[in-house]
Structure formats: C-alpha cells, structure tokens
Design a protein around this ligand. Structure first.
Ligand code: E4P
Length: 215
C-alpha cells in the first residue's frame, strides 16, 4: 500500500519524507488555505521535495473552467494530478483530461457508484472520504471494500485513495481490503510508529543493561 500525505504544509511533507513515508501528496482548497501560501508556489515547492503524484484541486464548477485550471496546474510539473470534484461537470472534465494524458483524482466520493462513474470516465484515482462518512454514522470503509470489488470485477486500473483518514485503524482496515493508497494527515502518520509497549520494552532493556553494568 502506498502512503500519500494529506497536507499543504511543506514542513510536514519534509519531515514525513525524511521517514521514507511519502509516496505522494494530496492537497485540497481547505489545506491550501490552511498553509496560508500562494497555491502554485506551494505546489511547485512540494514537487521539488516529493517525487510522486501530487494532487492539486480545481475550483471551477463547470467542465470548461476545470479544464482551463487543470491544464494550467498540470503545466507546473509532470507529477501533478488534477483533483476534480465528483459532479457531472467533473466527469466531463475527467474524460477530456484523460484524452489529453493529464492524470486525475476524482474527489469527494461518498458512494461506490460514484467511484464506478469516475473510473468509467477515465479517472486515474478516486478518493472515497471515509472519515466524513463515519462522522455522519455511515461505515466509510464499507464503500471502499465495494469499490475494490467493482474495480477488480471489471479490471479498472483506477487506483483507490482512501481519504479523510482520521486514525490508524482506518489505515489498517484499508490495507486489509487492498486499497491502493491511503492519504494520511501528518498527525496520524506520526501515530503509526508508536506503541506504548515498545516504549516500555526499550525502558526495560536499558534498565536491565544498566543493572548489569553496575553489578
Ligand atoms: C483528500 O484528498 C482530502 O484532502 C482529505 O482526505 C479530506 O479529509 P478531511 O475530511 O479530513 O477534510
């Protein structure tokens, strides 16, 4: 399973990359706003750090507008993937991007049928938002399992990015159901390596070692 980092904060991307945990990056308008920086400038800087797919999202709601913005963003670097919302206009744009060889990530997917439509339109990636479904009392990962089955049934090459990840259990279950990628906030990435028994174990090994030195 690949790990993408879900942030536009360059310092977080640098830290996670140093751990070898970044296969790609996803951003969205909220994350860009949180970074407080110019959109294209941030995308350019991320592309200089990470050698993998970097999702940059369009703002336009009509296909023509999405195509204009997306072509502009794609020209920044070959690793840029255009993030397009899951709407009818978005599907039109995805089909055209695909014809032009521009990769797309269809975002704000909340049902397996939306993922099927995106794959049929030629999306390179789909992003089912599991955390936001959990937030409203639906089991977000159930949809991911169904998308996996549908894509395997028909041989779609579209990759599944499990998005809106809130905690390590999302990642464990996504891996068990063979999702291709999880896009993970930096705070959750940091939780993955930690286990209290590891810390207790290290403390005990050191204490025993020191006792031996003193005896
Ligand atoms: C995905 O690409 C989105 O950027 C992201 O995962 C949204 O997560 P949120 O629900 O925490 O905003």
């Amino acid at each position: 399973m690949e790990f993408f980092i879900d942030t536009a904060i360059v310092d977080e991307i640098r830290q996670a990359s140093a751990l070898g945990l970044v296969d790609g990056v996803t951003t969205n308008p909220s994350l860009i706003a949180k970074s407080g920086r110019d959109f294209k400038e941030v995308i350019r800087e991320i592309a200089s750090i990470v050698n993998g797919p970097i999702s940059a999202e369009v703002i336009a709601l009509d296909a023509e507008g999405m195509l204009a913005e997306g072509r502009d963003l794609a020209a920044i670097h070959p690793n840029i993937v255009i993030k397009v919302p899951m709407t009818e206009e978005g599907l039109k744009a995805v089909r055209q991007f695909s014809a032009e060889g521009i990769r797309t990530n269809v975002t704000l997917i909340f049902s397996p049928l939306q993922a099927l439509l995106a794959a049929k339109a030629g999306a390179s990636y789909v992003s089912p938002f599991v955390g936001r479904l959990d937030d409203v009392g639906h089991e977000g990962l159930e949809g991911v399992e169904q998308i996996r089955t549908i894509f395997d049934n028909y041989g779609f090459n579209t990759k599944i990015i499990v998005a809106s990840v809130r905690h390590p259990l999302h990642i464990l279950n996504a891996a068990l159901m063979a999702a291709d990628i999880c896009t993970i906030p930096f705070s959750v990435m940091q939780q993955l390596a930690k286990h209290p028994l590891t810390d207790i174990g290290i403390a005990k090994f050191l204490a025993d070692w020191q006792k031996m030195q003193q005896s």
